[in-house]
Structures are given as structure tokens and as C-alpha cells.
Write a protein that binds this ligand. Structure first.
Ligand code: HBZ
Length: 820
């Protein structure tokens, strides 16, 4: 307990008071949603005091600050998490019970602030949690999208996207800060003016449209340390004065355009993951939040320091992928055009302040803006990028005289495009990948030329996840059990979990561990019954693949294998088969037709398999609608098997894999991303590994792919599965899945047949699945594997990841807030 407010009587009174003044109601009259609001305001009260204290400590101690720049923060619900981090969860639960409410139901009233797509956005959220918990001064900088990730409904097996109006009832954990508003400028033109006094040319940006950026702050509570950091997300408003002015001048059109610009810019999160669409509005979003955030960071720095040349001593900007990379040029612009520095001074400061994290090698994800669009929208910023490019090319030439191939491959502007990754690498003082294998691939393949030219910039930071949300909050039974056995230190030092290894052969402990898993499976079964109307047996193996839908993640391999098993059982009804529940959860980007077809296929297979009485319920297939952070917490806790089956080399890291492991689910996966390190920690005997290695995949790719038809023609069982896609087994419309069938066998719509090596890996995957079944039948053996997965997951805390960023990249100072 850290706060008097969470003493039961004080808490109850505060909730009652809030209900009264917010809704003019008594607690008996209030709806659950109103109780949620009232409880949240009480919690916010507690947070505000710590927030003020934290701000004061930062003011006094003047630590270096990291600004984590990200288009996405997939925060998930705040109420439960804040109660956990403030150590008030138990007390508040009891207090609410005394008032006749169930805290879980109250938590369910909160919309998921889903301001992100998937792994990249969730990583940003885990990082903020760890930064606050480790006593580092940090700001998350992002966008206050009015509509976050869409809600997914499944109708007739198809995904339907429904807008997510998360702000509809007002969000209690945000604070509007109009006093820190900034202006951001788009369009117009640049005028050069010679300043004779200074003997220098000034560049003046004119004729632009202006938008007002208004920050909203969300508190980020550290665990049991009174630290409250800030996630600052920017909203857009039209500039009213200007509007009237232009109206007076008869420039009505411009006034309306400015109003529309403001309205559109923060309207909605682009729901693409690992895919670049090249939309103008997306670039507007990027520049909007980057410019506002940089202006704010510099204003804050200048309040305490007069020498702008030393900015990098107190400030560092981490760019979460290339999405905020326009920061490089915007910082240059501010330093030169507003602070009056020359190019060399500005460049030195910039290149000591910005660092870049790469999250993908998928070429379709790389951001390359057409020059025409970029220079029209951001004329001054474009001019600066041109100059950065000119100087960078000169450097390349100096290092590799006469080697024009290098320029072609490395230039920031080439072929009519602005390449954001090249800009990030040229300017950043650090370039990191997100798992060891991924970083090696960057160094040796994708970014080889850059690595050769500036090896000192490259480093690895294997991703991590916060155990506060994904174990302490998501799996209270296991959390309590762990604390009973090894004490509570794991909450802030996950390496402690290794102490559980001594229980690997302790029958009582193993029994308890699996009982908890069973109860979590019952909780998920209840959720599935309520939300899908499908009954699943918690005694069956819960085999789970939850993540964004993407071809490289190979949900298709999983469902094809389900079809294969179904055929086996139908053909050999006497065959021994351990009942299995295949659980899927995935959103497809709204414009990604193949991904949406795969969702339809999963649901069609589910329809057939779940309703085929002849297989005695041995296989169930469930597609969990609207997979998101809040139901993920229930799903991870209940999983027996963690499906991490991406084509090797394609998944930069994965972070779901870590959440499953932490909750005691062995990995069934390829040697890809962080799976490699998971296997290293837990031992190959406690995982189920299959498939081509990343070297093999890359080798095939560099030599024109492979021929899946050889497999199709020689493997009868695989051929049968594929035929069932087009012979009416899963749809009376035999053409419905034709594209999926074709994608595996022909290069009709892509450059290669079976781009993701599904057929190549099929047999190896089926073997691994067989090993899973055998292993599961050995109850004690399985329990040991499961427990060891939890025990060996210590490395994968985002606390470790953040400490590595601090030690190697950011060099932040710890700040103590609690005065005890
Ligand atoms: O970032 C993911 C990687 O695929 C995953 O392997 C890794 O673990 C995770 C964290 O490092 N990448 C994404 O989630 N990417 C996006 O969501 C994305 C969103 C918008 C884009 C591009 C990518 O324009």
C-alpha cells in the first residue's frame, strides 16, 4: 500500500463522492460504466499527487530525458494496470466488493485505448511501463487518434471493421494541456533572404497552412516507486484567429482547408502493420506529431539550459521505426531556422540526439515517399533532406571513390523517392534491431552497406514485455503461486524466476502449476462460450496463435495443418488422438485481401470441423473475435502451446512468444526472431522447433525461390489438403479459396509461388505437432516443460531491454521520487 486513498473506507467515500458530482446519482443508481468512471477518477487523484512529485523531482534533479517517438502506443486498459502499479489492486477489489461491485466487471467497462496495430505499438507501451518502473525520466510522444485500431466483428466468417470510438464517454486517464499547444505548418513555399548583417542566407517558409497541436497527457505509473511519467499524445485543432483573419481577407477557401486539415489529421490510425501504403495523410500525421514533440522538447530544455549546443547531454530521441524519421530534418530546421545555428553545429547536435530502431526487413514495409508529395507537403524540410543527402553522398564517395553502386543502394533520395530508413541511419547515432537474429540479418543482408560504412552505430536490443501487465495482472493465480514460492521480487526483477527451476521435478509444485493452467483454461473457455457461442473442453490441448494476420506469420500453415489432422481422424477413426482446441485471434489490415480470406478460411474450417459429429469433438477450431490487449491477457494465461511459426527471417522478434513463455506455454515455432533466444534460455527439449532456417530461406530467396509443385505432386496428403480448398469441402463456392490455393502453387499474383515456404515447411511442422501431442500425453513431463518455460523467461522482461537501451544508447540518470 502506498497511499491512504486506497484504504477501504477512504476509497469508498471517494467513489461515492465522484458518482455524486459526476452524475448526480447515488451508488445504487449508477451504471457499471459510471462506476468505472468514478473509480478511475479516484485512482487518478492518487496518481496526480505522484505526478506532481515526479515533475518536481525531475525539475530538481535535471536528469537526461528520453523522448520515445512513436506513431503507436498500444496501451490497453489503464485502470487495472494503474492499480497494480500503485499496489492498490487487492484493497480496491475488496472495497468494491463491499459496495457490491466486481472489480473485473468494472475493468471491463474501460475501452481499450488501441492506438496501435500490434507488436510495435505494444512494445512502446511496455517500454513506458519499464522506464517508469526503473526510475527513468521519459516521455512517450504520439498521436491522439480519435479512432484507434478498428473493432473486428466476424459476420458469416468474414471480418467486418467497425470504428472504435474510444473517446465516446470521455477517457478518465487523460489530461488536456492547452497551455503547451504548438503550431505545425504544412505546404506553402520557401523564400531565401540574404541577411547582410550576418552574411548568411535565411530561409523563410511562407504561404503554409497551420494546425494547432494540443497535447493530452496520460500518466504512466511506475511499479511501487511513486514515479509517474507522461505519454503525451497530440490532438489537432484549427487555428481560429488565423481563420478569421483569412476570412476577413476573403481567403475563405484557405480557412476551410485549414479546418479540414486539423479535423482529418488525427482522425484515425492507419491499420496497416508491416506494410507501407504511401498515403499523404500518413506523412501529415508523422510530421504533425514529430514537429510538435520536438518543439516541446526544445522549449523544455531551454527553460533550464542556455546552451542549445549541449542539447544531447539532456535529451535523446528514440525513433520507433522510420515512422517518426522526419524528426531528423525537423530538428535541423528548428536548430537552424529558429535557433539561428549554422549547418555544421545543427548537424552535430542532431546526430548526437537521434537514434533509430528497425522492426522489420519486409521490403513492403519500408517507407519511401515520392519526392513530389514530400516536397509539396514539407518544402523546407525537404530542402534540408536534399542537403543531408548531398553531404551523405559526398561521404560515400570519399569512402568508396568511383563506386556508384554504393550511391545507388545507400542514397537517401534516389529514383524519385525519399528513403526514410536511409535518413534514419545516416543521421542516427544508434541503429538497433529487436532480436539477435534480426540484428545479424540487418548487418549481413538488408543493411550490409550501411553496416560496412558505419559499424559502430549498429547494435541489438532484444525485445521484452512487462511482467506487471502480462503476469501480475493477467494471471493472478500464477502470480500468487510464484510469490508464495520465491517471494515478490520477480515483479521488478524477472531474473528471479529462475529460482523456480528447483520445482521442475517437484510433483506437488508441478500439480499446482498445472491446476492453475487448468483454471485459466476454464476462464478462457467461459470467455469463448460467451463471445463465440462455441463450447470448448479445458481438458483438451489449447493450441494458440494470436497476432496480426500476415502471410509471413503463416496462419495459413496452421489451418492447413488442422485440415490435415481432420482428414487423418476421418480416415482413421480408431487412431489415438489427444483432443485439441486450435485457437486463433487476428486482425487483418482492412485492405489486405489475402489476409481477410485466410480469416474466412479459418472460420469455414471451424464450421465444418466443429459440427462434424463423426470426429467426436477431437478437434475444435475457434476464431476469437476482436483480438486485442484486454482479451490477450486472458488468452496467454490459458495457452498450452504457443504457435510462433513465421517463415524464418521474417519475424523481427515477436513479443507474443515471450508472453506465452512467461505464462508457461512451450513454443512451437521456427528458428526466427526472438524464438532463437527463447530456445536458448529454456533448452531445445522444452520447445518444439521445426522448419527451414533463416539462412536456408534467404538462400532460396537469393536464388529465385523454390518449387512447391514438387511437393504438391509427390505428397498425396498435402495435395489432398490443397484440393479441399477448391473442391467444396469448406465452401459451396468452390472459387472462394482459389486465390489461396493459387498463391501456394503459382506465381500468378506474386513474384513467386508460396513466397512464405508453407509447403516447404509443412511436413516438418506436422512432425513437430506430433511431438507436441506425444509430449502432452506425458502429464508430468509436460508440466515440467511448462514450468521451465516460466522459470526461464526472465530474460524477456522489458525491464532488461530498457536497461540495455539506457546503458548502451540513452545513458539516462535514475531519479528517486519516493521520499521515505
Ligand atoms: O514489431 C513488429 C514486428 O513484426 C515484430 O517482430 C516485433 O516483435 C515488434 C516489436 O519490435 N512490427 C510491427 O508491429 N509493425 C507494425 O505494427 C507497423 C505498423 C505500421 C507500419 C509498419 C509496421 O507502417
Amino acid at each position: 500500500m502506498t497511499n491512504e486513498m486506497f484504504k477501504k473506507e477512504a476509497f469508498k467515500k471517494s467513489v461515492k463522492d465522484n458518482v455524486k458530482f459526476l452524475y448526480r446519482k447515488t451508488i445504487e443508481e449508477a451504471t457499471q460504466e459510471q462506476i468505472f468512471q468514478a473509480v478511475s477518477y479516484t485512482v487518478k487523484d492518487v496518481i496526480i499527487d505522484n505526478w506532481l512529485e515526479t515533475q518536481k523531482a525531475y525539475d530538481e534533479q535535471d536528469p537526461k530525458i528520453v523522448y520515445y517517438m512513436s506513431m503507436e502506443f498500444l496501451m490497453g486498459r489503464a485502470l487495472g494496470n494503474n492499480l497494480i502499479n500503485l499496489c492498490g489492486y487487492g484493497e480496491v477489489k475488496e472495497a468494491l466488493e463491499e459496495l457490491g461491485f466486481d472489480l473485473n466487471c468494472i475493468e471491463d467497462q474501460e475501452p481499450d485505448p488501441a492506438l496501435g496495430n500490434g507488436g510495435l505499438g505494444r512494445l512502446a507501451a511496455c517500454f513506458l511501463d519499464s522506464l517508469a518502473t526503473l526510475n527513468y525520466a521519459a516521455y512517450g510522444c504520439g498521436i491522439r487518434y480519435h479512432y484507434g485500431m478498428f473493432k473486428q466483428q466476424i459476420k458469416d466468417g468474414y471480418q467486418i471493421e467497425v470504428p472504435d470510438n474510444w473517446l465516446k464517454n470521455g477517457y478518465p486517464f487523460e489530461l488536456r494541456r492547452p497551455e503547451y499547444a504548438k503550431e505545425v505548418h504544412f505546404g506553402g513555399y520557401v523564400r531565401a533572404e540574404y541577411d547582410a548583417e550576418k552574411g548568411a542566407t535565411r530561409f523563410i517558409h511562407e504561404g503554409y497552412q497551420a494546425v494547432k497541436a494540443i497535447p493530452y497527457d496520460m500518466p504512466i505509473t511506475g511499479y511501487d516507486n511513486d514515479v509517474v511519467n507522461t505519454l503525451r499524445i497530440w490532438d489537432a485543432e484549427p487555428i481560429v484567429d488565423f481563420e478569421l483573419d483569412s476570412f476577413d481577407k476573403g481567403d475563405y477557401k484557405k480557412a476551410v482547408e485549414q479546418e479540414n486539415l486539423a479535423r482529418n489529421i488525427v482522425e484515425v490510425l492507419y491499420p496497416n502493420d508491416n506494410h507501407y501504403a504511401g498515403k499523404e495523410l500518413r506523412l501529415k500525421q508523422q510530421y504533425f506529431f514529430v514537429s510538435a514533440s520536438l518543439q516541446e522538447a526544445i522549449a523544455k530544455y531551454k527553460k533550464k539550459h542556455d546552451d542549445i549546443h549541449k542539447l544531447y547531454e539532456k535529451v535523446t530521441f528514440q525513433m520507433n521505426d522510420t515512422h517518426p524519421t522526419v524528426a531528423v530534418a525537423e530538428l535541423m530546421r528548428i536548430l537552424m531556422d529558429e535557433e539561428g545555428l549554422g549547418w555544421d553545429e545543427a548537424w552535430e547536435i542532431t546526430t548526437k540526439s537521434v537514434a533509430y530502431t528497425n522492426h522489420t526487413i519486409m521490403s513492403e514495409a519500408l517507407e519511401k515517399w515520392p519526392i513530389e508529395l514530400f516536397s509539396r507537403l514539407l518544402p523546407r524540410v525537404y530542402q534540408i533532406i536534399e542537403e543531408i543527402n548531398r553531404r551523405f553522398i559526398a561521404e560515400i564517395q570519399a569512402k568508396y571513390p568511383g563506386n556508384y553502386e554504393k550511391i545507388k543502394k545507400m542514397a537517401i533520395i534516389y529514383d524519385g523517392q525519399v528513403k526514410m530508413a536511409h535518413l534514419a541511419i545516416a543521421a542516427g547515432y544508434s541503429v538497433n534491431g529487436v532480436a539477435r537474429l534480426h540484428t545479424e540479418i540487418l548487418k549481413n543482408q538488408e543493411l550490409r552497406d550501411f553496416y560496412e560504412m558505419m559499424p559502430e552505430k549498429f547494435n541489438n536490443k532484444t525485445n521484452g514485455i512487462t511482467q506487471r501487465r502480462f503476469l501480475l495482472h493477467a494471471n493472478p493465480l500464477l502470480a500468487d503461486w510464484i510469490t508464495e514460492h520465491i517471494g515478490p521480487d520477480w515483479i521488478t526483477d524477472l531474473s528471479q524466476l529462475k529460482k523456480l527451476k528447483v520445482y521442475a521435478d517437484d510433483e506437488k509444485a508441478l500439480q499446482e502449476f498445472m491446476n492453475i493452467k487448468f483454471r485459466n483454461k476454464e476462464r478462457l473457455a467461459k470467455y469463448i462460450l460467451e463471445h463465440n457461442g462455441v463450447e470448448v473442453d479445458p481438458h483438451s490441448i489449447f493450441d494458440v496463435q494470436v497476432k496480426r494476420l500476415h502471410e509471413y506469420k503463416r496462419q495459413l500453415l496452421n489451418i492447413l495443418h488442422v485440415i490435415y489432422l481432420y482428414n487423418q481422424i476421418k480416415m482413421h477413426p480408431e487412431m489415438e488422438f489427444y483432443p485439441r482446441t486450435f485457437i486463433f485471434g487476428a486482425k487483418a489490415s482492412a485492405g489486405y485481401a489475402t489476409a481477410k480470406k485466410i480469416i474466412k478460411l479459418i472460420n469455414s474450417v471451424a464450421d465444418v470441423v466443429n459440427n462434424d459429429a463423426s470426429i467426436n469433438g477431437k478437434i475444435k477450431v475457434v476464431f476469437i473475435e476482436n483480438y486485442r490487449v484486454s482479451n490477450a491477457e486472458i488468452i496467454f494465461a490459458a495457452a498450452d502451446v504457443s504457435e510462433q511459426i513465421s517463415t524464418a527471417s521474417k519475424e523481427a522478434s515477436g513479443t507474443g512468444n515471450m508472453k506465452f513463455m512467461l505464462n508457461g506455454a512451450p513454443t512451437l515455432g521456427t528458428m526466427d526472431g526472438a524464438n532463437v533466444e527463447i530456445v536458448e534460455e529454456v533448452g531445445a527439449e522444452n520447445a518444439f522447433i521445426f522448419g527451414l532456417s533463416s539462412d536456408e530461406v534467404i538462400n532460396y530467396e537469393n536464388n529465385g525461390g523454390y518449387d512447391p509443385n514438387v511437393i504438391y505432386n509427390t505428397d498425396e496428403e498435402i495435395r489432398q489438403v490443397l484440393m479441399q480448398l477448391i473442391n467444396g469441402t469448406f465452401s459451396s463456392d468452390t472459387e472462394l479459396f482459389r486465390d489461396l490455393y493459387d498463391s501456394l502453387l503459382t506465381n500468378k499474383n506474386t513474384d513467386r509461388a508460396d513466397r512464405y515456404f508453407i509447403l516447404a515447411d509443412f511436413r516438418s511442422y506436422a512432425d513437430a505437432q506430433k511431438r507436441v501431442e506425444e509430449a502432452y500425453k506425458d502429464e508430468k513431463g509436460w508440466a515440467k516443460k511448462a514450468l521451465l518455460n516460466t522459470a526461464c523467461s526472465g530474460k524477456f522482461t522489458s525491464d532488461r531491454t530498457i536497461q540495455e537501451y539506457v546503458d548502451d544508447i540513452w545513458h539516462l540518470d535514475k531519479v528517486i521520487v519516493r521520499k521515505k
